[in-house]
Write a protein that binds this ligand. Sequence first.
Ligand code: GLU
Length: 487
Amino acid sequence: MTEVRVRIAPSPSGNLHIGTARTALFNYLFAKKNNGKFVLRIEDTDAERTSQAYIDNIFDSLKALGLNWDEGPDVGGPYGPYTQSERFDIYPKYAQILLEKGFAYECFCTPEELEQEKEEAAKNKKPYVYTKKCENLTEEQKAKLRAEGRKPAIRFNIQKAQKAFHDSSMLIFDDLVKGELHMNTDLLGDFVIMKSNGTPTYNFAVVIDDMLMKISHVIRGEDHISNTFKQILIFEALGAEVPRFGHLGMILAPDRSKLSKRHGATAVSEFVEKGYLTDALINFVALLGWSPSDGQEIKSVDQIAQDFRIGEISSSNSIFEYDKLNWMNSHYIKMLEIEDLKERLKPYLTKYDLSELTDAQYTRMVEITREPLTLLSDITDAVPYFFGLDVEIEPDVQTEVLDTDVSQNVLKEFVKQAENWDFSEENLHEKLEAFRGEFKEKGIKPKVTMWAIRAAVTGRTRGADMTAILAILGKERSMHRIKKAIK
Ligand code: GLU
C-alpha cells in the first residue's frame, strides 16, 4: 500500500468521548505527517443504540477540535458510503465469499441452545467458546433446519483460517505502538459475522469497510486488541492485504479506574459547555500518550504534527489529570485576543443584560476579570456587580466590613469628596491614591480603605481592579451604592 489512509470509526451510541477524540487526533496526525487521508466512518450497525443526535454530536465535536476529515458521510469520497447502515447490501456478498472458500459456515443454533452451551461450560469451569456444532452440517440437515423455520447466522471458522495462513496456532502481528503481540487462536471460538437477521457484526463490518476503503493503518484503543486477531484472519481469508495496526493505551481517571461520568465530563461537548477551549482540550489529549521532543507542552495541532512519530507513542495507560487540563485551559484563555474572548464569554453571560454596557465598558470588564478564569464559565460568578443599579451584599461582608466604624467613616468621606470627581479611570486612579493617603495618615491601612469601597460597590471583599470597576459603573451608580451602604 502506497498511500497512507487512516480512519476514525465511532459508534454513535453516545456523544463523542474524549478518548475517541484522542484516537481521532492520533489518526489525523499520522495522516498529516504522511501526506495521507483521514477518513470518518460512522459505525451504526446497532440500530437500537444509534441516534441522529449522537451522529451530529460526533460531527460537531470533531469539527470543533479542528479534526477535519478528507472523506466521510457528509463530504463523500471515492469509497463511500461512509455510514455502515448504508452499506448493508455490501456485507452479505463477502460473507458469501467466505462461505464458498470454506472459511465460514451457517449456524442454526437458537439463542436458547447457545445459552445451554454457555451454562455447560460454566458448570465445567471452562471459558466458553462455540462448540462448532454446525460446522459440518450436510445440505440435507440444513434444509431440514430451514424447514423448521430457523434462519442461520454465519460464523467465521477461526482455526481453519489460522491453519491456512500460519504454521502454528500462534497468531503474531507487529503493533505500531506495542511491538509484537501474540495470541493462541485455539482459544478463540468461531464467532458470528452475519446475524440471522442479515446484519453484520462489528468485527466483520469493520474488516470489509477497512478493506474496501483501502485503510492502510488502523490506530485505535487497546481494548480492540482481541478483535484485531480475529480481524487479521478475516482479511487473510478474503485474500486482502492486512493493514498495519497500532493500539493506544487506555485513558484512566486519576484514581486509575476507567474514566467515567463520576470523575467529571467525558464527552467533548460536555467539556465545551463547561467552558473548556477546544484548543486546550486537543493540546491536552495529545499529551495522553505522546510527549514533545523539546519538552514544551503547549502546542497547536500543527506544531504537534511536525513533531509526531507514531512509534514514540507510549504503550502504557495515561492518567487524565483534570488539574492539568484546568491549568492548560487557563493558559489558553490568557492567550486569547480580547475580541475573541469577549465573544466566547457571551454564552456564559446570558443571565445579565449586556446592553447595559457600552462596547468599551464590556471590553474593560473582560480585561480586568479575565486573569483568574480557569473555565470560560467562571465569568458568570465573577461579574454580577457590573449589572443593575443595586448590588447584593454577601452577609459576611455586611457584618465584617461594612458595619465597622472605620468603613462607615471611609464611605462618608468618599461621598463627600467624590461628588466633585470626574469618574474617568485615569482621574480616579489619581484621586483614590490621594484618598488612601489621607486615611493612611490617620492610621488606616490603604487595604482597609479600599475594602470599604469594594464592599459597598461590589458586595464582595475580592475582585477585579477597583478603580476600573468604579469607572465602568460610572459616578451615579457608584455613588448610589456607596450611599446605600452608609447607615
Ligand atoms: N466502532 C468502534 C468503536 O467505536 C471502532 C473500532 C475500530 O476503530 O475499529 O469502538
